[in-house]
Design a binder for this molecule. Structure first.
Ligand code: SAH
Length: 204
């Protein structure tokens, strides 16, 4: 298995903590039986309910961009399979994750528990973040909304970073990195073009 060397290091990801975490997390445990043989390949895979586990390189790129250190508090929106949450937990972060589809949330929680990852998981519309647990040093959004959810920006600590794909449904999106300076100023940087599943909203 050379996923980390061939797909991730070769494309310029340098963070030793990201590379070590992705070498350690058993990605095949987060994909369904039919896809076991493809678990470490260079593309996203279906996880049911029309959703996907992201391509390994994109997980690495987003995780490195978060620029977090062990003990930091990180919120993920879009638990999906639980793989991204496991990578964050493997890095020694305090991980909170929210999923809108209850069946996926339940399956991810069971997988994470079976592997011994202590992740706090919730089932709700992640548009509103997790106010009771805010602020966070990092927020990572793994589904694409058509605009930046303001409640999430408001839950970043000073010095915090949010990594999020934003763009119209059905089109290519831009992966953004928003960082909040200590004086509250927000800096936005584009990390390139990506293709994520849509960020959905709870029915009122
Ligand atoms: N990070 C995941 C990939 C998830 S795919 C992994 O490692 O496997 C994106 C996920 O975001 C899907 O499971 C989808 O149901 C979820 N999602 C979409 N809109 C959401 C919302 N408003 N709140 C929370 N989760 C959402």
């Amino acid at each position: 298995m050379s996923m980390v060397e061939d797909q991730i290091e070769a494309r310029g990801i340098e963070s030793s903590s990201v590379l070590a975490a992705m070498a350690a997390v058993p990605r095949h445990r987060f994909v369904q039986d039919d896809w076991q043989g493809s678990a470490y390949r260079d593309h996203p895979l279906p996880i049911g309910y029309g959703q996907t586990i992201s391509q390994p390189y994109i997980v690495a790129l987003m995780t490195e961009a978060l620029d977090v250190a062990p003990g930091d508090r990180v919120l993920e929106i879009g638990t999906g399979s639980g793989y991204q949450a496991a990578v964050l937990a493997e890095m020694g972060l305090e991980v909170y994750t929210i999923e809108i589809i209850p069946e996926l949330a339940a399956r991810a929680e069971a997988t994470l528990r079976a592997l011994g990852y202590a992740v706090k998981a919730g089932t709700s519309d992640g548009y509103f973040g997790w106010l009771e647990e805010a602020p966070f040093d990092g927020i990572i959004v793994t589904a694409a909304p058509d605009h930046l959810p303001q409640p999430l920006l408001g839950q970043l600590a000073p010095g915090g970073v949010m990594v999020i794909p934003v763009g119209p449904i059905g089109a290519v999106q831009t992966l953004w990195r928003f960082s909040v300076a200590d004086d509250g100023a927000v800096l936005a940087e584009s990390l390139g073009a990506v293709a994520f599943v849509p960020f959905t909203r709870a029915e009122e």
